[in-house]
Design a protein around this ligand. Structure first.
Ligand SMILES: Cc1ncc(C[n+]2csc(CCOP(=O)(O)OP(=O)(O)O)c2C)c(N)n1
Ligand SMILES: [Mg+2]
Length: 578
């Protein structure tokens, strides 16, 4: 069969159930774009910047409704997209990157967009292919998709040289797509028994879950209830366990955690950690020390013992491992009484922490707790909250209860600002039935704010709440004490109303607490009508999150006494001299 590589790529993407591609056309992929435009099932989405496109594709995958795909030009398209590809790689999110390639039939050097993109992408993709023949297009895309979705998911890259796209060639026998089999587990029965034994005999068992457990909420609940164990989550895994559950303790572990979690895990003598790598954020910069009885469940065996030694390591898909574990755990006699005690303490600690925030004088600006209380009241339980990276992220993590799996996304380990504005669009396109809102800093909005026009073009009704504080607060707060200066963290003025207007999205101003209810109601109503809207939230950042305070303390302790004295001395001196 004679087919062009562009036709073959479209065929493969259709069979894989791809519904949107994100990117920008150029001379190396217009043939691909022409094919995709003719597809009944795939819509090519024009983005403002390939970085935004990659964040959209990432969010499509995070919803669980299919895998996000990019359709980009080589070199400049790839480097622009690299932030989103890197985020997906470090966060374990599948993504299919389809890229045009320079001509391989000319024998010419210094072609447009010629660079070694495979070398550039090697550290941030699970696999890379350059298609050499027409007959390889479909099998390579299927194989790339399999690699992207199997094991710990991640991005993959397929380059299709433009000469193959333009010319028909021998496509051979086009293979059928065979869906990727679900991963089970490799953990042995003896190891699962051993884990059950440790948990059963623990006096204060606890559970810590990350994004890897996001589809295992039911199994987590069963085990938590059986043991009467508190459940804390990572940042990325905030939606892995419902905040409405009485055993839900909240975000992070250790001194940077919310008080309910810090208290619930204080004397934890056996920790079941599921789908987390104990990375820097959820451990508060490694300020948390897990107990020796650490049972670590992950699909990626490389995470075991990377930061903390595991007493038992159980390799496999979280659902598969946890259901096997629940089956051998059986009833735990101490469980019900412990559950009652632990839940009561959690409820008290959560109420106290919330009251501390409500009592904080926001001096005429918007109180973060009042904001999140009102948003929670109005957002459906399965509404998707997308954060960016900054102080607003940790406020959301501490103050906004997340109630459903895959209902909270944030850039996590790669930690790329600029994620939220486009990711909200990707999430809405993948899940038009869900309410999707963004919480984004006024710094991050500068990076990808022009992507708002993409929402208008795609008729994606979403609301972005811009936490407008005039600073790169997460960094400015960390500069304040040691330096007594805010070098390069005070933002020049930006007219958010003008930005909304330029993008043709709605604009609402939330000046103080008195505006909260009305403006949130109004913004969500706009989004429901299919009208994207930017809300300018004049947020109060004068109270620190537990996370920021905890991380600063942990890092200070890490210095030796002489360095601590030097840093404190400099801080005091600057306080005196300005
Ligand atoms: C691409 C990128 N550049 C820089 C940083 C460092 N950084 C982390 S949080 C932050 C501040 C973000 O400011 P803003 O978007 O206003 O959010 P806020 O902290 O004020 O809520 C910065 C600069 C980053 N994470 N990513
Ligand atoms: Mg800010």
């Amino acid at each position: 069969m004679q087919k062009s590589a562009a036709w073959l790529a479209r065929h493969a993407l259709e069979k894989l159930g791809i519904r949107h591609t994100f990117g920008i056309p150029g001379v190396h992929n217009t043939e691909l774009y022409d094919q995709i435009a003719a597809s009944d099932s795939i819509t090519p989405v024009l983005v403002a910047h390939e970085g935004g496109g990659a964040f959209m594709a990432d969010a499509v995958s995070r919803t669980g409704a299919g895998v996000g795909a990019l359709l980009i030009v080589p070199a400049a398209g790839v480097t622009h997209a690299a932030s989103g590809i890197g985020e997906a790689f470090l966060d374990g999110i599948p993504m299919l990157v389809i890229c045009g390639g320079i001509r391989r039939d000319l024998g010419r050097a210094y072609q447009l967009h010629d660079m070694d993109q495979h070398a550039l992408l090697a550290p941030i993709t699970k696999g890379r292919w350059r298609v050499e023949r027409h007959a390889d297009v479909v099998p390579v895309i299927y194989e790339a998709y399999r690699i992207a979705t199997q094991g710990e998911p991640g991005p993959v890259f397929v380059e299709i040289p433009v000469n193959l796209q333009l010319m028909p060639g021998d496509a051979g026998d086009i293979p059928d797509y065979v869906p990727v089999a679900a991963t089970g587990h490799r953990a042995s029965g003896a190891d699962i028994e051993q884990a059950a034994l440790l948990l059963r005999s623990a006096a204060r068992p606890g559970i810590f879950c990350g994004w890897g457990a996001v589809d295992a909420t039911a199994e987590l609940k069963t085990i938590a209830e059986t043991l009467g164990a508190p459940v804390a989550t990572t940042l990325q895994g905030l939606s892995s366990f419902p905040a409405t559950h009485p055993l839900h303790a909240g975000f992070a572990l250790g001194p940077a955690a919310v008080p309910a979690s810090e208290n619930a895990f204080r004397d934890c003598d056996c920790l079941l950690a599921v789908g987390t790598r104990f990375a820097e954020i959820p451990t508060g910069s490694y300020g948390y020390q897990p107990p020796a009885r650490l049972i670590h469940v992950d699909i990626n065996p490389r995470v075991f013992n990377a930061n903390y030694p595991a007493a038992v390591a159980l390799e496999g898909d979280a659902r598969a491992v946890l259901s096997a574990l629940a089956a051998v755990l059986g009833p735990v006699p101490a469980g019900p009484a412990r559950a009652a005690r632990v839940s009561q303490q959690i409820a008290t600690d959560k109420a106290d922490y919330r009251n501390q925030w409500l009592a904080h004088d926001s001096k005429g600006r918007v109180n973060p707790q009042r904001f999140f209380d009102a948003l929670r009241d109005r957002l459906p339980d399965d509404g998707i909250v997308v954060a960016d990276d900054g102080n607003h992220t940790f406020l959301a993590a501490e103050l906004m209860p997340i109630r459903a799996p895959r209902a909270f996304f944030s850039p996590s380990d790669f930690n790329s600002m600029g994620y939220c504005i486009p990711a909200v669009i990707g999430a809405k396109l993948a899940r038009p039935d869900r309410t999707v809102v963004g919480i984004v800093g006024d710094g991050a909005v500068r990076m990808t704010g022009l992507e708002m026009a993409t929402a208008v073009a795609q008729q994606a009704g979403v609301a972005w709440f811009v936490f407008n504080d005039g600073e790169l607060a997460q960094i400015a707060q960390a500069q304040e004490t040691p330096y007594n200066r805010k070098t390069c963290t005070v933002l020049p003025e930006l007219d958010l109303e003008g930005l909304a207007c330029a993008n043709r999205v709605g604009y609402r101003l939330m000046r103080d607490d008195g505006d909260i209810e009305r403006v949130i109601g109004d913004a969500l109503a706009c989004a429901d009508r299919g009208e994207p809207v930017l809300v300018d939230v004049r947020i109060d950042y004068t109270k620190r999150t537990r996370f920021t305070a905890g991380v600063i303390r942990t890092n200070l302790k890490r210095f030796g006494l002489a360095d601590q004295a030097r840093l404190v001395g400099r801080a005091l001196w600057r306080r005196l001299t300005g």
